[in-house]
Design a protein around this ligand. Structure first.
Ligand code: FAD
Length: 363
């Protein structure tokens, strides 16, 4: 069996693992990124929609894989619909796989080493292991997604099945897109309990169309009901470019650090529960994890769990509170209408606080 050691070993070379690796390597730590697939990245299992302000915090040049700009949304709930739109673009649609590859390349350029086709399966007192190799570490970062093996091996508390949205998305070509600057969001507790549906124009005549729900037993009904929606039928193109099922954690794990083992990104549940977006917050927490691991290897004694909760805990809790309100009423818009929050009010609210990631202030 091969044996390798590094200051910081990171399991998962998608967005958050690469960001952690980049930040740790930049600070002089020896970094090893381990990826079970033959290539780094999430292979497009993501809508690729990021707030402009958020993606800029990750310090990556996305000009080579930019797909579209978004200025607002058509919100649908049952028979009710309204549009909120800003003058300037608030979000970007990117090629997710190319984003991951660019982030991984940044980590390598900073000095990290990448080993692909290394699926981590077990641990012992010397470290973690794939089928043929053993990896020793001073710090271990689990960036291995929603069903994290690192979390499992080190007995972190589970996220809980009721807090996982199972999602389907397909990208279609030859779509009938009325306004490429607007996404469509479908809020309907009957069709998508616990989550929602979406149409995201992704450049030219392409659109990423999907839905998610936390009621996994109702997936087939949700699928049929979603694709029967008139708006979806109208937009949907005749050519399917790709499709996938994947899960999104909608709450953080109660514990994300055990001594020198840290969890980041989906493995930690660092995701906005309103939208399921995890790249911006998970990415920034991962940057913090990489920095802290490297600095601790250099003799400091910093606590990752306390640091990320102090910086992002409040904003993630706000997203979770909004999610709970959405889930608690038959359809959010009915409730808003009942309380007199008409579309003018909502559009003003979105204009003011509509930045997709930052609902509450971030220190
Ligand atoms: C349908 C859908 C749409 C989404 N849309 C958006 C969006 O528009 N915007 C947004 O911000 N977020 C979106 N998300 C969420 C986003 O994709 C995740 O939050 C993000 O990918 C988390 O990144 P990560 O690096 O933590 O995990 P992942 O991207 O899941 O990467 C985990 C990596 O670990 C590797 N791995 C796993 N197990 C092992 C192992 N045992 N050994 C070695 N390697 C392993 C995997 O191969 C993978 O490369 C969406 C998610 C879904 C499902």
């Amino acid at each position: 069996m091969n044996e390798t050691t590094a200051d910081v070993v990171i399991v998962g070379a998608s967005a958050t693992g690469s960001l952690a690796g980049r930040e740790a390597a930049k600070r002089g730590a020896s970094v090893l990124l381990l990826e079970e697939d033959s290539l780094p990245g999430k292979f497009h299992k993501c809508s690729g929609l990021y707030s402009k302000r958020g993606i800029e915090k990750l310090n990556v040049d996305y000009s080579g894989f930019f797909c579209n700009e978004i200025k607002g949304a058509n919100i649908h709930a049952g028979k009710h619909s309204f549009t909120v739109q800003k003058k300037e673009s608030i979000a970007l649609v990117l090629d997710r796989q190319k984003l991951d590859e660019a982030l991984c390349q940044q980590a390598i350029d900073a000095g990290a080493k990448l080993q692909t086709s290394q699926k981590i399966m077990r641990k012992n007192e010397n470290g973690i292991a794939s089928q043929n190799s053993m990896f020793g570490f001073r710090y271990l970062i689990g960036a291995d997604g929603v069903s994290s093996t690192v979390a499992h091996l080190y007995n972190f508390p589970s996220i809980g099945n009721g807090n996982i949205a199972m999602c389907y998305e397909a990208e279609f070509d030859n779509c009938n897109i009325e306004n490429p600057e607007l996404v469509d969001v479908f809020l309907d507790r009957k069709i998508f309990p616990g989550f929602f549906g979406w149409i995201i124009p992704s450049g030219g005549k392409k659109a990423r169309i999907g839905f998610g729900t936390t009621k996994h037993a109702a997936l087939k009904i949700a699928f049929n009901s979603f694709f029967a929606l008139p708006q979806v039928q109208q937009v949907r193109g005749d050519k399917t470019l790709r499709d996938f099922w994947h899960a999104i954690p909608l709450r953080t794990r109660k514990v994300t650090q055990k001594q020198n083992v840290l969890l980041v990104g989906d493995a930690a549940g660092q995701v906005k529960s309103t939208s399921g977006g995890g790249v911006v917050f998970g990415g920034q927490c991962a940057m913090l994890a990489g920095e802290i691991a490297a600095r601790n290897c250099n003799g400091e004694n910093l606590n990752y769990e306390a640091a990320w909760r102090k910086k992002f805990g409040k904003v993630l809790k706000t997203h979770r509170a909004i999610r709970k309100i959405f889930d608690a009423v038959p359809t959010p818009l009915h409730k808003l209408t009942v309380f007199g929050f008409d579309k003018l009010f909502v559009s003003k609210l979105v204009e003011k606080f509509g930045d997709m990631d930052y609902i509450a202030s971030v220190k």
